[in-house]
Design a protein around this ligand. Structure first.
Ligand SMILES: CC(C)(COP(=O)(O)OP(=O)(O)OC[C@H]1O[C@@H](n2cnc3c(N)ncnc32)[C@H](O)[C@@H]1OP(=O)(O)O)[C@@H](O)C(=O)NCCC(=O)NCCS
Length: 229
């Protein structure tokens, strides 16, 4: 849409009020955070934060997720959650940002190293969770509890809580996790998912094993019918 392209271009003007209006406006025009393509382009091109479709929440709070963060699709991120991808220099004479951040106009180029962080698909991050600089991956399907302070990478479908964050359990059995990871269902757009939305609205582990059992029974019946013929 022409208006979205125009707003995207106007965003180059570094005025806080204008930028915040533009972020609000593109959301309004394009059906909200879950669906706005222009909001994603703005975050990617102007703030170096890449957010996949249908992900929403804190990832669109400016500067709550640092530069070089990539977030997958269908993630739910609480508005007070944060990811910090950098430290102040601890081995310089001073740890003050004045000496390494050009914002303060003393140095011309940033001396801060940003560590890329990849957040997978279908990740849920609770209120006040903090993801610390050395974390490089929160994998697909993981859950980060409210208030967790994450210092290490999180494996697929793990639920982590506390400070330092520890795994309290996995969302599903190993077999179901492998099936979900292989299915990569999050690649599908919501329109493609709608026909089997009920799969997403009940405990998945039970559904998976019930279907497996039904499939095995059906196979046995077919085998018997074949041998009788
Ligand atoms: C992570 C979470 C989903 C776990 O829920 P759950 O599986 O029902 O967890 P349980 O109550 O069975 O707790 C399991 C263990 O984790 C601990 N735990 C759970 N949530 C915790 C948290 N936020 N911080 C610290 N410990 C936590 C429990 O004390 C328990 O520990 P124990 O086994 O040593 O007794 C939930 O606690 C949470 O933090 N939700 C986020 C809520 C939120 O921020 N919502 C915003 C909407 S985007």
């Amino acid at each position: 849409m022409l208006i979205s392209i125009l707003l995207y271009k106007l965003y180059a003007i570094k005025r806080k009020c204008l930028r915040s209006f533009i972020r609000w406006a593109v959301c309004k025009i394009e059906g909200g955070e879950l669906y706005s393509v222009t909001l994603r382009r703005i975050f990617k091109d102007y703030h170096e934060v890449e957010v996949g479709m249908y992900s929403h929440g804190g990832c669109f709070q400016l500067y709550y997720f640092d530069r070089l963060t990539t977030i997958g699709r269908y993630c739910s991120i609480a508005r007070s959650a944060r990811a910090i991808n950098h430290n102040h220099s601890m081995d310089y004479m001073s740890a003050h940002a004045l000496f390494f951040n050009p914002v303060f106009k003393l140095c011309s180029k940033s001396l801060v190293e940003f560590i890329p962080l990849k957040i997978g698909n279908d990740v849920w991050i609770g209120e006040n969770a903090l993801i610390m600089p050395h974390v490089t991956e929160i994998a697909d399907g993981a859950i980060v509890a409210a208030g967790a302070v994450v210092h290490k990478n999180v494996t697929p479908y793990a639920v982590v809580v506390g400070n330092p964050a520890r795994i309290v359990r996995y969302r599903f059995s190993r077999e179901v996790i492998d099936e979900l990871l292989a299915s990569r269902w999050w690649k599908k757009d919501i329109e493609e998912i709608k026909p089997y939305i009920e799969d997403f609205q009940q405990p998945y582990e039970k559904l998976y094993y019930d279907r497996k059992q039904t499939g095995a029974k059906q196979e046995k019946i077919e085998e018997r019918e074949c041998s009788e013929q």
